[in-house]
Write a protein that binds this ligand. Structure first.
Ligand SMILES: [Fe+2]
Length: 153
């Protein structure tokens, strides 16, 4: 059954995804350079997926009796990622590099959640997190492939 530790974990993930959603918009809006069209669209695809995951995690949390954070202040306070206003001035390559770092941070955090939900025998949350990890692995592979082939690096 539901466990406070799992609820707390999922809520931290809600905050992280909520902050990351806004951060991806920042990059979507401010990206400049010869790869604008590709990156502008890719960042949109990434924030679309992030908001779907945010919603799934929050609703899973509700289903197990938790109360998801639902304000920007709460997201900022509890996220494992940081908000950086100056990042709107990054070059297009630096934005992708920053996202690789963010996704690696999220992947580590999701990995911790996979272990925790396994220990607590919350198979539904476990399944949700495993699917998220698969998506993150794929995104990281693509972002790193992009950097390997980018003239901006
Ligand atoms: Fe847009």
């Amino acid at each position: 059954m539901a466990h406070t530790e799992v609820q707390d974990y999922l809520n931290k993930l809600v905050a992280t995804e909520g902050l990351f959603y806004i951060r991806l918009h920042q990059f979507h809006w401010y990206v400049k350079g010869s790869h604008f069209f590709v990156l502008h669209e890719k960042f949109e695809e990434l924030y679309d997926r992030t908001t779907e995951e945010l919603d799934e995690v929050a609703e899973r949390l509700l289903a197990i009796g938790g109360e998801p954070y639902a304000t920007l202040e709460e997201f900022k306070e509890h996220s494992v990622l940081e908000e950086r206003v100056e990042d709107k001035k990054l070059s297009e390559g630096e934005m992708v590099e920053a996202l690789v770092k963010d996704y690696e941070t999220i992947r580590t955090f999701v990995g911790e959640g996979i272990k925790l939900t396994d220990e607590k025998e919350d198979v539904v949350s476990n399944d949700l997190l495993i699917e998220m990890k698969g998506n993150i692995d794929k995104t990281l592979w693509m972002l790193k492939a992009y950097l390997g082939d980018s003239a901006t690096r």
